[in-house]
Design a protein. Structure first.
Length: 82
C-alpha cells in the first residue's frame, strides 16, 4: 500500500538524521519506527482490561478457591511439564 503523509519540517530534519544514523532510507526508517510502535501496542493490555485489575470480589481465601478449582477438574492427572 502506498500512503502519503504530511510531515512538518520540524520533524523532517530529525527523521532524516535518525534514518542516516540507522543507515536506512527514510522510507525504511519510518517503516521500522511504525513497526516497532505497533508491536509495543500489541503487547499492552487495553485500558478496559487493565481497569478490571482488583475488581474481582470474592470472599473466599486463596486456598478455598484452589480447592474449588481442583474439585471442578474432570481429571486430577496434571499434564507433564516440557
Amino acid at each position: 500500500m502506498k500512503l502519503s503523509v504530511y510531515v512538518p519540517e520540524s520533524l523532517e530534519d530529525g527523521l532524516r538524521r535518525e534514518a542516516a544514523e540507522a543507515r536506512l532510507s527514510l522510507t525504511k526508517f519510518i517503516q521500522s519506527v511504525l513497526r516497532d510502535r505497533l508491536a509495543e501496542e500489541s503487547d499492552r493490555f487495553s485500558a478496559t482490561f487493565a481497569a478490571l485489575a482488583g475488581s474481582w470480589e470474592d470472599g473466599r481465601t486463596t486456598s478455598a478457591i484452589l480447592r474449588d478449582i481442583e474439585k471442578g477438574r474432570a481429571t486430577s492427572r496434571r499434564p507433564r511439564l516440557r
